[in-house]
Design a binder for this molecule. Structure first.
Ligand code: NAD
Length: 299
């Protein structure tokens, strides 16, 4: 089978490389970044010349793109996937979108005889690289069954959550929760810093105690090392939180916690940190208190 992969950045890159390593499929990649493409062609993929080129010659086309606007351009735009892929092609979007975007893209694909799964992922770049990422899939059950071997080739857990839109719904709820945990972790670490406790020891306690969460672990690892190079950019986290809050509003759920975390993200972006890692919410506290939360790694 020929598999096209469009958007091979922080997440798409490692997932695409796992497909190359773990299957016999012929893989064709396209990305606006030549370096991102090179990291996949070095492993045996071939480079497509455009979205239309990849879409027109593959049986399955996968995307992992930054924001809904780009997803809509690449899928429904004049030279996009819907306009270029053959009827009978399957399109799988791994990006994080709103349920409404997923449904709109699905309608555009259906009109051209293209089947679609929305399949957002969770686990960050580490689990994308080690092949244990979680995939939550929305779409037709038959298409899901057809594509399960491919999805399993680069993930640890694949859950079919329902019709198109439900994958994005699960993803936005999950991320809202993770960002709230991460923001609470930032506040906790600043209290720890001010208290004078050994931050390495505090961290060791939390990692084995009831305060532990993926949000805590990710933020603490980056903050204590002072490493804010983006594996998950604050701009993308802010996009996810905005979509989650829109969903909460549409459903009439009044938020108390998530809107506060959104304000924290807005402040961090206002400080010019949008391109840095989402753990940069810590730096709002650091700027306010003129104090950094860092700890030397254990020798
Ligand atoms: P990224 O910016 O690292 O990668 C996106 C890639 O898409 C880039 O290489 C970029 O050059 C490429 N691209 C952009 N526009 C394009 C176009 N028109 N045509 C072809 N390529 C194009 O972002 P990422 O962190 O890999 O995130 C991708 C998606 O996965 C996002 O929707 C994000 O919310 C989601 N996600 C990210 C993480 C994470 O930890 N980074 C975790 C789960 C989900």
């Amino acid at each position: 089978m020929k598999v096209g992969f469009i958007g091979v950045g922080n997440m798409g890159g490692p997932m695409c490389r796992n497909i190359i390593r773990n299957t016999n499929h012929e893989v064709v990649v396209f990305d606006l970044s030549p370096d991102a493409v090179k990291a996949c062609t070095e492993l045996g993929a071939s480079a497509g010349t455009s979205v239309a080129d990849v879409a027109s010659r593959c049986d399955v086309v996968i995307t992992s793109l930054p924001i809904p606007k780009v997803v809509e351009e690449v899928t429904l735009g004049p030279n996009g996937i819907a306009a270029s892929a053959k009827p009978g092609t399957t399109f799988i979007d791994l990006s994080t979108n709103s349920p409404a975007t997923a449904r709109r893209v699905h309608e555009g694909m259906q009109a051209k005889g293209i089947q679609m799964l929305e399949a957002p992922v969770s686990g960050g770049t580490v689990r994308a690289a080690d092949g244990t990422i979680v995939i939550m899939v929305g779409g037709d059950a038959k298409v899901f069954e057809q594509q399960l071997p491919l999805l399993k080739s680069f993930s640890g857990d694949v859950v079919h959550v329902g019709e198109i839109g439900m994958g994005s719904t699960a993803k936005l709820i999950n991320n809202m929760l993770a960002f709230c945990n991460a923001a609470a972790a930032a506040e906790a670490l600043m209290i720890g810093k001010r208290s004078g406790i050994d931050l390495r020891k505090l961290d060791a306690v939390i990692r084995n105690a009831s305060g532990m969460s993926a949000g805590y672990a990710n933020l603490a690892t980056k903050v204590l090392a002072g490493n804010f190079a983006p594996t998950f950019a604050l701009d993308l986290a802010h996009k996810d939180m905005r979509l989650a809050l829109e969903m909460a509003d549409e459903l009439g759920v009044p938020g108390l916690i998530a809107p506060q975390v959104m304000s924290l993200m807005r402040m961090a972006r206002g400080m010019g940190l949008g391109g840095d890692d989402s753990a940069s919410v810590m730096r709002v506290y650091e700027a306010a208190l003129q104090e950094q939360v860092r700890a030397e790694a254990k020798a």
